[in-house]
Design a protein around this ligand. Structure first.
Ligand code: ADP
Length: 363
């Protein structure tokens, strides 16, 4: 919708520019013609003034009509955006789905069976025929080049997208039968493009405005290493986040935002942790600290990490290498290195890059 709105804005801007150019051309032609007539003695000065005013009046009329048409066009585009959102067909079951009680200590098995996925309007699959089982407490890393489909795979697992083909089972039952809102409770997910809620830090950690367990909010923030920062703010835990909504919103740095998302995951305490690994926003020390905290968090839970630094996949039970719409390599870090395939190749390139980086730093 945002992209569509931007498109509407740019169409509107171009229409305005075209309008101005047209008005200028129209006036220039009319005035040149009239002045020409006066110079050649074909009309008198009083006639010139009469025609001049007539042209003025006509231009004003045409400009007003054009402006009104523009407003009408813009409003109809705005309305169509809203209409598109209202008409959007909900693919998931909510209240009409089977209820699902998620218990923190229960064993959950997620199974992807022949899952293929294509984004609407695209003609090529992002993922084709994926078969994958996530066992209780298993730690899985998903690696691959940019655009390989790692985030898409993880979003399918979390139930944000519906497979174009195939099915996803939870303890043997197709997740389409469940109330999707209940299924979401199975995951604490942290994505690179997270969203901030319009509300306080407390609301953002609890992701809710009612039934908040305040003690858990404070302890999650403390465990995430954000206590000091938040207590230094004038309104402390009540500080508003989200600049788009509040003028007085607090600006957290990239690293602090990652910690806030970690606090969210700690608060939710879901059986499966899903993590799109942070990289760019963090300095190496903060990154190591966040890794340790996530390791702590995932200790007795299943987890799916999207990993950009292959060194951090070493402690995972299983690594999936995604390429060409498929899981092309699968196994532990040692097994994949021994295989000498794509994973080993990427690991070699990355280690060389980091070694070179380190030796440059030493100089
Ligand atoms: P990765 O996480 O491995 O970098 P993604 O899963 O984000 O890869 O993206 C896989 C492919 O799907 C890319 O080609 C990307 O451009 C495309 N893609 C991702 N999200 C969308 C979307 N919402 N709509 C259309 N195409 C998308």
């Amino acid at each position: 919708l945002h992209a569509f709105n931007n498109k509407v804005e740019s169409v509107y801007l171009w229409a305005q520019i075209a309008d101005l150019v047209l008005a200028f051309l129209k006036n220039a032609i009319a005035y040149t013609y009239l002045i020409g007539l006066v110079i050649n003695g074909k009309i008198t000065v009083s006639e010139f003034l009469l025609y001049f005013q007539a042209v003025e009046g006509f231009t004003l009329l045409v400009t007003t009509i054009m402006k009104k048409l523009n407003t009408l066009k813009r409003q109809s585009m705005d309305i169509s955006v809203v209409r598109e959102a209202i008409d959007y067909k909900e693919v998931f079951k909510f209240a009409e789905g089977k209820s699902l009680e998620i218990e923190p200590n229960k064993d959950y098995i997620i199974e992807l069976k022949n899952v293929s996925f294509k984004y609407p309007g695209k003609d090529k699959n992002v993922l084709t025929n994926i078969n994958l089982t996530i066992k209780p407490k298993e730690k899985i890393a998903v690696v691959g080049l940019n655009g390989a489909g790692k985030t898409t795979l993880v979003k399918l697992i979390c139930g944000y997208y519906d497979p174009t083909e195939g099915e996803i089972l939870l303890n043997g039952v197709d997740i389409r039968t469940y109330n999707r809102e209940h299924y979401y409770k199975l995951f604490s997910a942290v994505f690179a493009n997270f969203s901030l809620l319009a509300g306080s830090i407390i609301t953002n950690v609890a992701q809710s405005d009612d039934n908040i367990n305040y003690e858990l909010v404070y302890s999650s923030i403390e465990k995430a290493g954000l206590k000091e920062k938040i207590e230094s703010l004038p309104r402390k835990y009540e500080s508003n986040l989200n600049r788009e909504v509040y003028e007085d919103a607090t600006n957290l740095s990239g690293g602090e935002m990652q910690r806030l998302m970690l606090a969210r995951a700690l608060y939710k305490d879901a059986p499966i942790i899903v993590l799109d690994e942070p990289t760019s926003a963090l300095d190496p020390i903060a990154e190591a600290d966040i890794y340790n905290k996530y390791n702590e968090l995932t200790k007795n839970k299943a987890s799916v990490f999207i990993s950009h630094r292959l060194a951090s996949t070493r402690f995972c039970d299983r690594i999936l290498f995604i390429a060409d719409e498929k899981i092309v390599e699968e196994g532990t870090h040692e097994k994949l290195l021994a295989l000498g395939g794509k994973y080993a190749q990427l690991f070699e390139v990355q280690s060389k890059y980091y070694r070179e980086g380190e030796s440059k730093d030493e100089k």
